[in-house]
Design a protein around this ligand. Sequence first.
Ligand SMILES: Cc1cc2nc3c(=O)[nH]c(=O)nc-3n(C[C@H](O)[C@H](O)[C@H](O)COP(=O)(O)OP(=O)(O)OC[C@H]3O[C@@H](n4cnc5c(N)ncnc54)[C@H](O)[C@@H]3O)c2cc1C
Length: 509
Amino acid sequence: MYQAVIVGTGPTGLVLAHLLGSYGVKTLIIDKASGPVDEARAVTIDDESLRTLHATGLLSKILPNVVLGYGVHYFSWRNKLFAKIEPQSQEYGYPKRNAFRQQLLVKALSDALLDHEFVDQRFEHELLDWQQAAPSPALNLRLRHQGQELQVQTAWLVGCDGGRSLVREQLGISLNGSTYSEKWLIADLIGRHSAFRHTRTYCDPVRPAIRLPGPQTTVRYEFMLHPGEDPDACLQEPLVRQWIHDRNPEDAQLQILRKVVYTFHARVADVWRVGPVLLAGDAAHLTPPFAGQGMNSGIRDAHNLAWKLAAVVQGKAPEDLLDTYEQERKPHAWALIQMALRIGAYMQPKTRWGAALSQSLLKLVCQIPAARDYILHLKFKPKPRFAKGFFMALASGHTAWVPPGQLMPQPKVQLSSGELVLLDTLLGQGFAVLQWSHEAALPPGLVLPGLPCKTLRVIRHEDDFMQESSPQVLWVRDAEGVIAKLLDSAAASAVVLRPDRYVFAYLKL
Ligand SMILES: Cc1cc2nc3c(=O)[nH]c(=O)nc-3n(C[C@H](O)[C@H](O)[C@H](O)COP(=O)(O)OP(=O)(O)OC[C@H]3O[C@@H](n4cnc5c(N)ncnc54)[C@H](O)[C@@H]3O)c2cc1C
């Protein structure tokens, strides 16, 4: 019997499988497809997802296929550049917006599961349905493999089975929100000559369009279809090439890898957990692609869920820890859906007057430095922060730069060897405590009895190493002053981080 079965080898299911495997959870991941899905979908991956991929241990295999740090240039209905988003800061350790190809990520994650100690991966295995194996709490799954039916038992089932989720359907959970009538055509091409790395968005009511350069000389074009336009007629190659030519003649004759018309949805599942069955990724929420966040939200789900499920499966935490998964993730996923809709509305002006007005307004607003900074550095993106969930909130009247329930920034810290490393590389897989070096050591098991917790003793930026690290205690220097900003703002001597690197609590010793 498996401790967990994951349905779906999309990015959500695969990241979850790797994280569960890293905690030693005996996991089966299945997909009805015959191999990793080769479909070109997501092309933008954010800093939070790269941080999660680092936690899977696979980032070095994935980065060669990522163009780190790309922005968006907005062009007016007169084809004039009128706004730019070019975020420079790396709050979470990586650039905020990066180009990649979903199919290459999925393949790398899937390949890395071959011969995994704890995770079995099976393609051509379709989930048909499941039943509780009464009187035991286990679930009996009915699968189809090459025309034959087979049964598998599991304690937990996670539906990462995409927008048309059978798991969600069998649970009778509704997807609330809207499906939009606007259709978009995407065309993926290869062999581009221009090295320009930023996305170009053409906010032109005549034909709203986007050009997204990607790795390996790829480039994606997206064009909005007008109401009544026939998708099949629009997919005719000469017309697609003409639209590309209208934007950038030099791209018009490139090899077309794929062209397809899609509609978009802004929906979220009513309930994300029913007993031992959970939903994650597109099965739980459908995000319009304008902000490039659908897959990123799914990867956030996987990181949030993995350590909680592992702790419950291994008897280290009570089952109701899993209720905090939906409590924490649903509002954030919905906030990103709303952001994507706002960006979409801006990109799809209905008339020239509307376009001229909204574009002039943005130009005007960008004259104000604070507003320009807000837009240029993507500060309108909802923060990875929970209002409710598994963390110890500050006492009323107290504040902190990064309150409990918010993702910890990831600075570089210095080792006694002089080497500068990203903080997460030192924190291990479980909870972690960052504590000033001069404070008395925390009693073992203080934070969460039974859960592994690693402590780092932090030397202030202005101080020097006076002791050698030992296998038990690692000394690091706060090279960028970020940990001082964090702890001093909360008047704390230590901060406890969850395995997904959200702040759990501040301690005053
Ligand atoms: C045009 C387009 C552009 C996009 N751009 C971006 C972007 O730039 N950035 C971004 O973050 N997101 C983007 N997205 C969204 C992103 O592609 C999805 O959010 C992401 O694929 C969801 O991943 P998932 O693992 O949750 O589900 P999926 O990738 O849909 O995977 C689900 C898997 O479940 C399997 N499955 C389904 N039912 C069963 C069953 N009964 N038994 C066994 N297996 C089953 C399927 O075969 C499939 O492999 C884009 C989407 C589109 C369409």
